[in-house]
Design a protein around this ligand. Sequence first.
Ligand SMILES: C[S@@+](CC[C@H](N)C(=O)[O-])C[C@H]1O[C@@H](n2cnc3c(N)ncnc32)[C@H](O)[C@@H]1O
Length: 322
Amino acid sequence: MANSNNQLQTAKKAREDEFYTQLCDIENELRHYRTHFKGKTVLCNCDDPRVSNFFKYFALNFEILGLKKLIATCYKNNEPDLFSMNTCEQAVYIIYEGDKNGNRIPDPSEMEVLPLQGDGDFRSAECVELLKQADIVCTNPPFSLFREYVAQLIKFKKKFLIIGNQNAIKYKEIFPLVMQDKIWMGYGFKRNCAHFITKYEDTASDADHREGMIRVPSVTWYTNLEIPRRHEHIILYKQYNPVDYPKYDNYDAINVDKTTDIPCDYDGIMGVPITFMYKYCPEQFEIIGVFNHGCDNEYDLAKPILNGKELYTRIAIRKKQI
Ligand SMILES: C[S@@+](CC[C@H](N)C(=O)[O-])C[C@H]1O[C@@H](n2cnc3c(N)ncnc32)[C@H](O)[C@@H]1O
């Protein structure tokens, strides 16, 4: 039984690694970063340049964004097939340096598809060499390798704008980066849900069903690019009282179920939902830790237990004295 559960989990992870991002979702997020790309080299390193909408977005907007260079590498694939089976031990990459013939369109003749020596794994030496050339990395990486993917970006001190699961914020490898202000959430998807292009059938009974797509909840953009939203204070108007804001059974902190309900006059530690991170302004609040399992790392303060019941993960915050 345990074995078949493991097999199911592995299959689920493999499926989640093969969800493709829509151009409209890339445009929706990227419109907030128009000035960041001027004179920059962009790398999309989990993207078959022949089919990726990330590559398409940057190639089509190369001159508008003022890019210097665009590089894209794909994984275990040398056929132009969106739904690659990742069966090829060799992969390809493209370098695009803008419009050469003056028609302001990225023509195929202006792009050369070049072979990589290996399979295009973002961790391989040749892909790391391409990473070193990049100023900003932008893609939707495989969800199953998110921790390693982010660790590599941080190691090479790269700017990035990438898609990931919202819950990745509480991973023991990611949360310390959040606390150190090395990663934050971008503007995100509507209701934190995304429709990705997939060959797998969407079995969820959802009113918002779209053909050829799968609706994935709790998805977000992670970045370390500065955005104005990050410095906007939340307007707090609720007042603290011990009935609406009870303390956890096992930790001296009050529970707040909604970000908009954060009391304006409480100076102690508060447990707020993960979605608070969309509104987090480091000048207004400090992040103290997380209420998750209570044992993941030094920042995992306790399980969020209220009246004997364990709640969903909470972020532990405190108001800064302004
Ligand atoms: C979630 S899909 C997104 C694809 C594309 N970036 C997009 O947004 O449409 C993740 C992609 O990463 C590729 N991939 C999986 N493991 C990889 C690895 N180790 N190195 C590079 N790419 C990988 C998969 O083949 C898949 O195409």
